[in-house]
Ligand binder design. Structure first.
Ligand code: GKR
Ligand code: MG
Length: 438
């Protein structure tokens, strides 16, 4: 099944002013939509990180992708790795949306894995559509019929996202204290039925974030799994203090401190105090090469996988088997995304037996009107998404919505994610991202 065309469409969607230790979300989040067209006119789709540099990376890969069979994924991955191991004259060295998450001393992005990850999803969608088989069956077969997700709470400034004619009503409200975080959780759980909760921390002094977690525990009871993720905003000492204060209240503590050594120290000191708290990571550990040092440090008990930068869906199925062998848990990380990414995450989680933690998703933060899938948004029931039984990913693009997303991208002026700049623009002109801050 020869690929004769690759369409690369940048889109922007309204994004509310969510806070993290990176700064503030801009009024728009950027994504890239990939379409592979086969010689018989079928179209496979994928979605990945957005922005100018990422768009250029796909342009750079175009000649390597076009003309080969959608089944030729092993060789495609090797060829893309070779292609991106050469210096690219047009790369400006600016931060991409993945690099935004990487702290000094942590591993860099692998461009070929992100490009391959998206092309692989589109190729599997194409193969699935051609053969009448859902993507999860191509990944080895579903082991679950529904994939659970976690409510993903954020400290939030007032505002609904978007700007000018795109400005959206603020349906969530400001959330800067424990009461409003509990209110946000209720609203999200009422709408989606989530059965676990993650709070993005690293925004307020740790004592206040501890209070928010305890307020969530009081509001939802001890059986509701809770997580907090300050993205490395705490020193080892602070992380240990937070871990002690939240002993027994957390399902896992995510990236409390930068780097694998620091994570290892947090884990050891907590164990020394009889607190057996699992540490999860998508910052200290972002790629395959981080696994050996993570094992040596003992600082990661749960890996937050992400097919967008771990090298695609099949790569994460391999990661699942590896984690199972090593006795490490597996969960799934997310960034602001639309329904195509969500469908890919659902198929993947359906096919990985070891992915037993509820996955992260930013989906509730995106507006229905920005969805690019034809038909309704992806539906949640009881916090889970039913695994599609229709061919491929089980979704097709709404080309009107895709064009509107592209127009929004052209108009909005944002070309890469920069939460620090946004924080300086709206909150504090001198604000600087610090890892750790407290
Ligand atoms: O959307 O601000 C955000 C998140 O902080 C995101 O960028 C992180 O990558 O969700 C992510 C995480 O778990 O670290
Ligand atoms: Mg995280």
């Amino acid at each position: 099944m020869k690929i004769v065309e690759m369409r690369v469409t940048p889109v922007a969607m309204a994004d509310p002013p969510l806070l993290s230790s990176y700064g503030l979300h801009a009024p728009y989040a950027l994504r890239t939509v990939i379409e592979l067209v086969s010689e018989d006119g079928l179209v496979g789709i994928a979605e990945t990180h957005g922005g100018e540099q990422i768009h250029e990376d796909f342009e750079h890969a175009r000649r390597t992708v076009i003309g080969r069979s959608a089944y030729d994924l092993g060789r495609l991955s090797v060829d893309l790795e070779a292609l991106f191991s050469q210096p690219i004259a047009t790369r400006d060295g600016g931060l991409t949306s993945t690099q935004t998450f990487i702290l000094p001393g942590e591993s860099g992005e692998d461009i070929s894995m992100r490009v391959f990850g998206a092309v692989e999803v589109a190729a599997l969608d194409l193969i699935g559509k051609a053969t009448g088989v859902p993507v999860c069956e191509l990944l080895g077969g579903r082991v679950r019929e529904e994939v659970p997700f976690s409510a993903y709470l954020f400290y939030k400034r007032p505002g609904g996202g978007g700007a000018g004619a795109d400005a959206r009503a603020d349906t969530w409200g400001e959330a800067m204290d424990p009461d409003s975080i509990v209110r946000q959780a209720r609203q999200m759980i009422d709408g989606y039925g989530f059965r676990s909760i993650k709070l993005k921390g690293g925004v307020l002094p740790p004592e206040q974030e501890i209070e928010a977690i305890l307020a969530l525990r009081d509001a939802f009871g001890p059986d509701m799994p809770l997580r907090i993720d300050p993205n490395g905003a705490w020193t080892v000492e602070t992380s240990v203090q937070v871990g002690m204060a939240l002993a027994g209240a957390l399902e896992y503590l995510e990236d409390p401190t930068p780097g694998l050594e620091g994570m290892g120290a947090v884990r050891r000191q907590l164990l020394d105090s009889d607190v057996d708290m699992l540490l999860a990571s998508n910052n200290a550990l972002t790629s395959w090469s981080d696994i050996p040092p993570a094992l040596a440090s003992g600082g990661v008990q749960v890996i937050l996988s992400d097919h967008h930068y771990w090298g695609g869906l099949r790569a994460v199925t391999h990661l699942g088997r590896l984690c199972e062998t090593l006795g490490i848990g597996l969960s799934m990380h997310s960034n602001s995304h639309l329904g195509v990414s969500l469908l890919a995450m659902v198929h993947l989680a359906a096919a990985v037996p070891h992915l037993t933690f509820a996955s992260d998703t930013h989906y509730p933060w995106q507006e229905a009107g920005d969805e690019i899938l034809a038909g309704a948004r992806v539906q949640f029931a009881g916090g889970s998404v039913r695994v599609p039984t229709t061919p491929g990913l089980g979704g097709a693009l709404d080309y009107g919505a895709l064009a509107r997303g592209r127009e929004r991208y052209e108009r909005c002026g944002y070309r890469r994610r920069d939460d620090q700049a946004e924080m300086r623009r709206h909150v504090d002109a001198d604000w600087q991202r610090l890892a750790p801050r407290w």
